[in-house]
Design a protein around this ligand. Sequence first.
Ligand code: GRF
Length: 221
Amino acid sequence: MTDNYRVVVLLSGSGTTLQAILDRQEQYCYQVVGVLSNRPDAHGLERASKAGVDTCSLDHKRFSSRESFDLELVKRIDEFKPDLVVLAGYMRILSRAFVKHYQGKLINIHPSLLPRHKGLNTYQSALDAGDKEHGTSVHYVTEELDSGSVVMQATLDITDVDTAKTLEQRVKVMEHHLYPKAIDWIASGRITIQNDAISLDKKPLGPQGYRISEKSIATAN
Ligand code: GRF
């Protein structure tokens, strides 16, 4: 187990995902050392301050290009000396240089069972496609959007009465369980990545990573 595994979180919005990560850090073996936002008014920054975590807001609108913004963002992130950079509702496309800089140290959570439904509005897309199942994926970040190696997925069965709203609510509950656990498993060395392949306790996982269901999460919580 790694002592003081340093996590930096990037967000743009309300930060319920950050809150879940913060709430579990006592029981898990990581520490959130910094929270950064491209939106000065992001509520997630207040959540971080309340938890005594250093914050930094860097308004992307003040930069002339994505590259110049990301360059400054890298500088600010690196001041926290992160072991892992965690995207939690960070709503900006990352430049190539940014992704390269944090290769193997940058993860995201995306509300679909990747590779299905990349991009936005995944809940409606799953309903429109007549999917029986939906969920969320924790994955390493690569240059191509929502395409890096999947570490873990949480799944739910879509019912006849589900709407995009109910799916979002159910997925969020799962995300708040899944993401802290994924960070913990990466921090403790249980999850590793080598040549894009993910292993858990040295055993290779398939392309969907480690899977848990809504039911097992309900029991665990
Ligand atoms: C999460 O649902 C996550 O899947 C997506 O962004 C959302 C962030 O929500 N990447 P919040 O701002 O943490 O509440």
